[in-house]
Write a protein of this length. Structure first.
Length: 382
């Protein structure tokens, strides 16, 4: 390989011309994603409204709410978001030791960015804010986030699959999800599809971690038939992402991460169960929602939020919960008590996620500038 040399004057000229090029702003760089996000959001909201489901329920829908359960749910939400955030330190520890308080601050800011930015562009914020020159690179941090996401997807899809198999549902099942032109049968199948996708993703990353040379040769052999450059690129990406599994080579870190992940998901479903009971979600015979049904609701929410698009998950969040409730509860319960439940669940999570991020942004003014820079510099243009 030859390296072309340039004179100092040529270098200065090149640098000068580059610096004169105005940097593209965030909105211009991601105009396509933003427009697509707006279209998806509008379509979902229109469909929900046409199906008789309102984002803001009528006052009568709140008649069955036990208001004290909102405070109890908030406690479970704080516990859930705390463990969701700090467990990341176990994945980072194989690369660098990061104080728990910093991991918490970066994570809570990152969670708000993920929620508020379209197409999950906020996923890049956490690696950007946690990086540290000479100690923790952006690539290494991103690998740990991908590993975290794959484990979460596998965890959640296993819970959903077990719930779909073991938890009794309405017989016969409704043809479509209440308020949506979506087949309930297709919704149930999507849960098993999600399990398959995340199982394959975990296996692929695992193979690249434990048998990298063989996995690389296989990737080049398969994708090289189409394009050698594509094969090399995919192999390189897989290798970098597989590095996020370093923590699983250390028993103490692996156990710590999986234990706190279990607490995170248990607190999540426990809180959803409590709030659903507090909103009066009952079966046709008047019996209350079960823990297994809450697991199914949480799993269906996980399926729908995989749909890239709306800021704030507006529309997809509501669709996921309604899809879950349709399998177990009468239509009148879904559109009345269920409407109150979906609204309160969404609003409490939205407000807390934003407030939690603001707690650290207010205390660390420089983080806001970094956050802006991360949106401009680290998110791939699309």
């Amino acid at each position: 390989m030859t390296v072309e040399s340039r004179s100092p004057s040529e270098s200065r000229s090149s640098e000068s011309s580059t610096s004169l090029e105005p940097p593209q702003g965030f909105f211009r760089r991601h105009a396509t994603k933003l427009v697509a996000s707006a279209v998806i959001t509008a379509s979902l909201l229109f469909t929900l409204q046409k199906g008789g489901l309102k984002l803001l329920p009528d006052s009568g829908n709140f008649a069955h709410v036990r208001w004290w359960t909102l405070g109890a749910y908030f406690v479970t939400l704080v516990v859930m978001t705390y463990f969701r955030a700090v467990r990341w330190r176990f994945l980072l520890r194989s690369i660098a030791t990061v104080p728990r308080k910093r991991v918490l601050a970066v994570s809570w800011i990152g969670f708000a960015a993920i929620l508020l930015m379209p197409f999950r562009l906020g996923e890049f914020v956490r690696p950007f804010l946690i990086r540290e020159k000479g100690k923790l690179s952006m690539t290494a941090a991103t690998g740990t986030v991908v590993a975290e996401r794959v484990v979460d997807g596998l965890y959640l899809s296993i819970i959903l699959a077990i719930a779909l198999i073991l938890v009794p549902h309405l017989v016969p099942l409704p043809a479509t999800v209440v308020g949506l032109p979506v087949s309930v049968s297709a919704v149930r199948h999507s849960g098993f599809v999600m399990l398959g996708v995340f199982t394959i993703a975990f296996i692929v990353i695992g193979v690249y971690y434990f048998a990298r040379a063989w996995a690389r040769r296989l990737t080049l052999a398969v994708f090289g038939l189409v394009s050698k450059k594509l094969g090399e690129k995919l192999a390189g990406i897989a290798e970098k992402l597989a590095d996020g599994l370093h923590a699983f080579g250390r028993a103490r870190d692996a156990f710590g991460f999986l234990w706190e992940t279990t607490i995170y998901w248990f607190a999540n479903v426990g809180g959803m169960w409590l709030l659903a009971w507090g909103c009066g979600i009952v079966h046709g015979d008047g019996t209350a929602i079960t823990f297994g049904e809450a697991c199914a609701l949480m799993g269906m929410l996980g399926v729908t939020v995989l749909i890239p698009g709306p800021p704030g998950l507006l529309g997809v969040f509501q669709a996921g919960i309604y899809a879950g409730m349709t399998m177990y509860f009468p239509t009148n319960v879904v559109i009345e008590q269920g409407a109150a439940y979906v609204f309160l669940l969404y609003m409490i999570q939205l407000v807390w996620t934003v407030v939690a991020a603001l707690i650290f942004l207010v205390g660390h003014p420089g983080a806001l500038k970094e956050l802006s820079t991360s949106a401009e510099e680290t998110v791939p243009a699309g």
